[in-house]
Design a protein around this ligand. Structure first.
Ligand code: GLN
Length: 307
């Protein structure tokens, strides 16, 4: 078996022709300014071995990948009670869809679609100010990545906040069912700041390693979330991490993963490693085109697959 670095190189080199395919997210104006042809990938194993490729140390907007950290924080604060407010079923709809909410009494299908993430943010905001809540999320990410230099990209946060009609609509609709308690403007402020956290593939892979190790950071040896809850987060990532393309991602990659419209994807290889890829051009479902291709190539080479 060749080295971890050789396997990552082989996988990434085999898909370089895919980098020009797809379209950068432009509904958040600041994201449209990101160079479209960037590509990075990083692996960190539970034993601490690392491998990187391309733009792996360059920061990008983690966007919906932050929903993994938010549900981690919510599970730690509310335990299983958070599942009374947000479901754990795939939605089969776009990440920002409103269609199921009316029939389902304003309870979002899962924490990884925008409606679900807004409910999670609302829960985290309870008894806290916007600043306290945002700082807590950033602090968690810094701890997980073991890197206190990670920050929020304020330009991206403001850009999304000033164009957040769709998310505001979801929040107002859910409040009409009594599902949102905080001020909607505060929920949107915190949500946009969380999505605008900027991280590199290397930092992202490191920060999700606890999910490959039963909820405990294997390098710092710090328990992050209970084992059973880590398993449930992984189940959510497997079933809902790529919205209405979650089935396709499972079919091609076969690992729990979470994407963001910044072009990042993290995947968890239970008991083995966490992997992050970044390539800003997205497919029609809002998931990184070349990033998905790279992960598909990597699992073919490594045989990392839970299925
Ligand atoms: N901040 C983005 C939004 O709410 C996140 C979406 C995503 O990454 N899929 O639209």
């Amino acid at each position: 078996m060749s080295s971890l670095q050789a396997q990552l190189d082989l996988a990434c080199e085999s898909i370089q022709h895919e980098i020009g395919i797809g379209k950068v997210a432009d509904y958040i104006p600041a994201l449209a300014r990101v160079p479209a042809d960037k590509f990075g990938a990083a692996i960190v194993t539970v034993g601490g071995e690392k491998a990187s490729f391309g733009d792996a140390s360059e920061s990008f907007s983690i966007q919906s990948i932050s929903k993994v950290f938010a549900i981690t924080a919510a599970l730690n604060r509310y335990e299983h009670r958070i599942w009374d407010r947000v479901g754990h079923e795939p939605s089969g709809n776009a990440f920002n869809s409103i269609v199921q909410l009316e029939k389902e009494n304003g309870i979002p299908r899962n924490p990884f679609i925008n409606a679900g993430a807004l409910v999670v943010t609302d829960a985290l905001l309870k008894d806290q100010s916007i600043t306290e809540c945002s700082d807590q999320m950033l602090g968690l990410v810094q701890q997980l990545a073991d890197d206190h230099t990670i920050t929020v990209d304020n330009e991206v946060a403001q850009s999304e906040r000033s164009t957040s009609d769709r998310n505001a609509g979801l929040a107002h609709f859910m409040r009409s069912f009594g599902r949102i308690e905080s001020d909607i403007s505060d929920v949107l402020d915190v949500y946009c700041r969380q999505c605008a956290i900027a991280m590199s593939c290397e930092q992202l892979a490191r920060s999700t390693l606890y999910l490959a190790n039963g909820g405990t950071d294997p390098i710092a040896e710090i328990p992050i979330v209970e084992e059973e809850r880590a398993r449930r987060i992984n189940a959510m990532m497997m079933l809902c991490g790529h919205y209405d393309a979650s089935g396709d991602f499972a079919h091609r990659v076969g690992l729990p993963g979470k994407s963001g419209v910044g072009g990042g994807i993290v995947v968890v290889v239970p008991d083995v490693a966490a992997v992050a890829v970044w390539s800003p051009r997205l497919n029609a479902n809002g998931n990184s085109h070349a990033g998905t291709a790279a992960l598909e190539a990597l699992v073919r080479i490594t045989k990392w697959n839970v299925l």
